[in-house]
Design a protein around this ligand. Structure first.
Ligand SMILES: Cc1ncc(COP(=O)(O)O)c(C=O)c1O
Length: 430
């Protein structure tokens, strides 16, 4: 029987609007808190992004020039049916994966990086500052800045900065300056470095440094790669394409799975489908795959800061506490204390399940090796959590005989992360 393996949209089928789920949420999003911090936002952030953050318009136009740049960056990206993997697993489940790994810098992060750099250039900024964990966001922003003629400063969590030399060089080749965080460049960093010069760092600390570096200079804006509403909205292009591609397959998911650090790729993939559940009474099980190193969706749902030094307003979110230290992992982009307010609200209302995998990452990386051997693509260490979760669910179908349709997002490729896989899987390194 002939079976479609890939649903490929033409460039002219690229979505021309992002989906803002805010008007469709079961209740309004709790507003951010903190007078002083809120007042400082217009000086720190790109105006258009700040406007989108609080917008209740359901659909927001993607500027035509940005649509063209998305196409240049390889969008729309294919949705694949994992026929080989299904066969290898012996599962009756139908498995589909979205290919964000085709991104020029290696991940979904370009979807918001290009948007933020576009709006920053339009607003006349000269430099963007930011944090990065896995290095994928720092690379995506470096790429966006290079394309838009902006300068870029990246504070990179030291535990990862140390082992991802090639990704660091890639950011430098784009023209960015890159500092290990905590650094001696900011007050927030200096306090921590004075106690421990080899402090492994965290995303919360790197965010504080990026924010501090943008303060007081009107030509510099701070750009965040996850968590915020406008970031998730830019990422909905992933799920919007996927919905059209499911129509091409003549199928529809029973389960939607992705990894979750701050929530941007999970949100981008799942939010259009969550919209279907909220407005069209569709039934879908959503699973966010996390690490036991920082299972923020198992924390408390309360107000907390997004950064270590308390420069951001407090957001209502699932959190493990902004001052908490978490052990570094290879999928370090998942090591963040809080989850995006939109995803947190939907989890609180019972729409989203979560699983946290052991911090030794063995199970997750072994599952990803099975995927690699069957389908040929090497996911990023963070995306490996999506893959492991999808395979685990497919194996449950094998046991029960259920023919479920499982959709999972592969948020990035792992070409610059092989050393991390080698360390966990015990491959030869000499
Ligand atoms: C490839 C990849 N996937 C997922 C994540 C997790 O972040 P988010 O939850 O914002 O998608 C990261 C973070 O760095 C990443 O690099």
């Amino acid at each position: 029987m002939k079976q479609l393996r890939a649903a490929v949209l033409r460039p002219e089928e690229l979505p021309t609007k992002w989906y803002n789920i805010q008007p469709d949420l079961p209740e309004p999003l709790p507003p951010p808190r903190g007078d002083a911090q809120l007042k400082s936002l217009p000086d720190l952030m790109i105006g258009e992004c700040l406007k989108q953050e609080f917008s209740t318009e359901r659909w927001i136009d993607i500027p035509y020039e940005l649509q063209q740049i998305y196409i240049q960056a390889g969008r729309p990206r294919p949705l694949y049916r994992a026929l080989n993997l299904e066969k290898a697993l012996g599962t009756p489940a139908r498995m589909y994966y979205k290919s964000e790994f085709y991104s020029p810098t290696g991940s979904h992060k370009v979807n918001t990086a290009l948007a933020q750099c576009f709006y920053a250039r339009e607003a006349g900024f000269e430099r963007l500052t930011t944090e990065t964990g896995a290095g994928q966001w720092g690379t995506a922003l470096s790429y966006g800045c290079a394309l838009m003629g902006l300068k870029c400063t990246v504070y990179w969590v030291r535990a990862v900065y140390r082992w991802k030399h090639e990704r660091r060089n890639l950011m430098q080749m784009y023209g960015s300056e890159v500092f290990a965080s905590p650094s001696n460049k900011t007050e927030a960093g200096k306090v921590l470095c004075s106690k421990d010069p080899e402090h492994p760092g965290s995303l919360a600390i790197a965010i504080s440094e990026g924010l501090e570096a943008a303060r007081g200079d009107k030509k510099v804006a701070y750009s965040l790669g996850s968590v915020l509403n406008h970031v998730l909205m830019h990422q909905t292009i992933i799920g919007l394409e996927t919905q059209k591609q499911f129509e091409m397959f003549g199928d529809y998911p029973d389960m939607v799975i992705s990894c979750l650090g701050g929530g941007s790729n999970f949100g981008g993939f799942a939010i259009p489908f969550l919209g279907d559940v909220l407005t069209k009474k569709k039934k879908i099980k959503f699973i966010a795959a996390q690490s036991q190193a920082a299972p923020n969706l198992q924390g408390e749902y309360r107000y907390d800061y997004a950064d270590h030094a308390e420069i951001t307003p407090e957001l209502k979110m699932y959190t493990l506490g902004h001052k908490t230290d978490f052990p570094p992992i290879k999928g370090d982009g998942l090591r963040y204390h809080g989850c995006s307010p939109i995803i947190s609200l939907l989890r609180d209302k019972g729409y989203i399940d979560t699983i946290a995998y052991p911090a030794d990452e063995k199970h997750v990386f072994e599952r990803t090796r099975e995927f690699l051997r069957a389908e040929g693509f090497l996911p990023a260490p963070e995306s490996a959590y999506s893959v492991a979760c999808a395979i685990d669910e497919a194996m449950k179908c094998r046991a029960s005989g259920e023919e479920k349709c499982i959709a999972f997002n592969i948020s990035g490729h792992g070409f610059l992360d092989i050393i991390g896989y080698s360390a966990v899987l015990g491959l030869t390194m000499d």
